[in-house]
Design a protein around this ligand. Sequence first.
Ligand code: IZC
Ligand code: ZN
Length: 424
Amino acid sequence: MTASLLIKHAAQVVTSRGASAKPLVGESLGRIEVIDDGAVAVSGEKITAVGPTAEVMEQVETDRQTKVIDATGKVVLPGLVDPHTHVVFGGSREHELSLKLQGVPYLEILARGGGILSSVEATRSASSDQLVERGIKYCRQMLVQGTTTAEAKSGYGLSTEAELKILRAVQQVAKAQPVDLVPTFLGAHAVPKEFKGDPDRYLKLVIEEMLPQVVEGKLACYCDVFCEEGVFSVEQSRRVLTAARAAGLGLKLHADEIVPLGGAELAAELGAVSADHLLAVSDRGIEKMAAAGVIAVLLPGTTFYLREGHYAPARRMIEAGVPVALATDFNPGSSPNNNLQLVINIACLYLRMTPAETINSITINAAHALGRAALIGSLEENKAADLVIFDAPNYDYLAYRYGTNLVETVVKNGAVVVEGGLVD
Ligand code: IZC
Ligand code: ZN
């Protein structure tokens, strides 16, 4: 078949291939296939060949329509996958920075009606068009930084109408720009002010009114709960997730971020796809996640930004055989960052992960955390042609440099969508 796109002579093509059936665990997380002087051939939306340039050139035909990119001196990676974001929201929370610097804790800001609840006010009062416009802007920022697929949670509506408005906005944002979005219903993100002091009455609304409409409208693939002290307990989280599972949604959980409540154990018990955060995870929680194959989606950018002091025990989890993925947690409060390259830096420095481990964690393992590993997350034949060319001589360089966007070219479904670091 004639190639529509050929990328050749890359200093390194990093494939993350061979793990589409199951996420990488243990030592395999640190193994990464690197092809020197590598090439990737694309036909239409799919990858048709990956290998050394000389071999790929023998296999594929080109014609005058083939777009050829010489990637000499550059690194090619699978399109990055961000498996935990809250990308659709109204307003912003820069005013909380000074409170934070005065030492007011994150959960205290929330208890005072700020934090998530202030974003809820701003999201409720935003029009659907405003949410879509902002969502598109944030997705374009992600794209120029190398992200080609991201999760998108609701959770700043906290009423049936506003939660549906967000999830419909997610659908529209996904249609309007190249980043694919995987929607998650997070109606149980906080107790809204109308239900203050009565979380159970609010959860009844989430389960009996919101969830059926979300499922009926095919507006989400996953359901998530913010299981945290002062937000929702393990028992309350179980109630929401059990109902969501019965309704056919996959499960995720904000687990053991600040207080060790047993979220990891709950995620394992319910067969969740992922448990996210996990700074305070117990040894038992780690064991149960490993046994159940629950992916730990670690969000070290949030730990950095909240100055939580200690990071998730990534090394212990990797050694115990828990599959690990990394994400930005992009949101207006605890992580106003949507750049996965920065997450690589923080994960290497503070989670003590190797550069190879971090790359597998934002490609193939992140794709598993979104149930999309059959289609994306690695460079191999027949997968979607999602890839990124970095202006970097090798993949270690991505972990070494920080604070500069090294992305030069992004390809989504076979189309060049970012060129010379700029959106096409
Ligand atoms: O708006 O603070 N942790 N949800 C759970 C968040 C952080 C987002 C926010
Ligand atoms: Zn989150």
